[in-house]
Design a protein around this ligand. Structure first.
Ligand code: NAD
Ligand code: MG
Length: 296
């Protein structure tokens, strides 16, 4: 395994732009990405930080969610992964890697825009893992637009249900099952704070997530349930070639102070930290991981 703790120049540690042109249709898949993202398959080493914890991870098939799944499993958690049914090959890859290492991995495909499915997903997780302690919401969509002329109500409705409604539906369903040490983690973006004009619908949902984290943390504090967020900068995942135009892929991540996008493995420790008891006095916070670019 690569030694993650070895001193390295962080600016040149991973691939930099220009990238090859590449465009994906639908929700996107890891297998079509060039170069392949690093989700920590070869490098992430656990140290028992989540031993015995039971986690539901949405968007767990690819990208950031896949890196979180690998890290949580290697930290000793049993995991349930949600993703869209068409992403089964990506999910199978994660499951076979982690099951091969002895982890418990339950695969629970389904569409989070369907309210009833969200409740079912939590029940399926509880049945498979014997409970739920960690609710990690990574799934999200990101439509891009060239102007207000592009605004489409059906697209926005679906985006809201994916990025915002599911946070409420999953939390409502999971709360009765939470025991001591429960932790909820939502995935925002630097767009939560610094919106881009071509991502206005997405940015509105991500701003909503940062706000949701602050409010829900207070609502659940006395019950011992922590709620935090992670706000990634540019990360090399299928979301990008499936959502943004090719010219932006070529230069992707170049705007970060590091001059390159992050790799999913560079983000998963933030989720581990927020899930573990090491962050017991942290709630209502959103941690920005943006390759040196200030956002506040
Ligand atoms: P990704 O494409 O690998 O992951 C997104 C996942 O969302 C998909 O794998 C899919 O399983 C899931 N998803 C989308 N719609 C769904 C639905 N209706 N039902 C169920 N699952 C659904 O890309 P990623 O970059 O790892 O994205 C993960 C999260 O990170 C997203 O919330 C995204 O907004 C956020 N994010 C990504 C970046 C970046 O640059 N990649 C930057 C900031 C925030
Ligand atoms: Mg995916």
């Amino acid at each position: 395994m690569t030694d993650l703790s070895a001193p390295t120049n962080v600016a040149t540690k991973y691939p930099q732009p220009p990238f090859k042109k590449q465009q994906q249709s639908g929700v996107g898949t890891v297998s079509e990405m060039d170069p392949q993202p690093d989700h920590g398959e070869q490098s992430y080493r656990g140290s028992g930080k989540l031993t015995g914890r039971r986690a539901l991870i949405t968007g767990g098939d690819s990208g950031i969610g896949r890196a979180v799944a690998i890290a949580f499993a290697r930290e000793g958690a049993s995991i349930a992964l949600n993703y869209l049914p068409e992403e089964q090959p990506d999910a199978d890859e994660v499951a076979s890697l982690l099951r091969g290492e002895g982890a418990t991995v339950e695969l629970l495909p389904g569409d989070l825009t369907d309210e009833a499915f969200n409740a079912k997903l939590v029940e399926q997780t509880v049945a498979a893992l014997g409970g739920i302690d960690l609710l990690v919401m990574v799934a999200g969509g990101m439509p891009t637009v060239s102007g207000i002329e592009d605004f489409d109500t059906a697209t926005f409705d679906r985006l809201l249900r994916t990025n915002i409604h599911s946070l409420f539906w999953l939390t409502k369903a999971a709360k009765p099952h939470f025991g001591p040490g429960a932790s909820i983690i939502a995935t925002g973006s630097i767009q939560s704070f610094n919106p881009s004009p071509d991502l206005v619908e997405y940015a509105v949902t991500k701003a909503g997530i940062a706000n949701w984290v602050r409010a829900m943390a207070q609502q659940l504090a006395q019950e011992g349930i922590r709620v935090n967020g992670v706000a990634p900068g540019p990360f090399w995942t299928p979301l990008q070639p499936s959502s943004v135009p090719n010219d932006k892929i070529e230069s992707f991540g170049g705007e970060a102070a590091y001059g390159r996008p992050g790799q999913p493995v560079e983000l998963c420790s933030t989720y581990v930290y927020l899930a573990s008891q090491e962050s017991s006095y942290t709630s209502g916070e959103t941690i920005v991981v943006s390759g040196g670019t200030p956002v506040h």
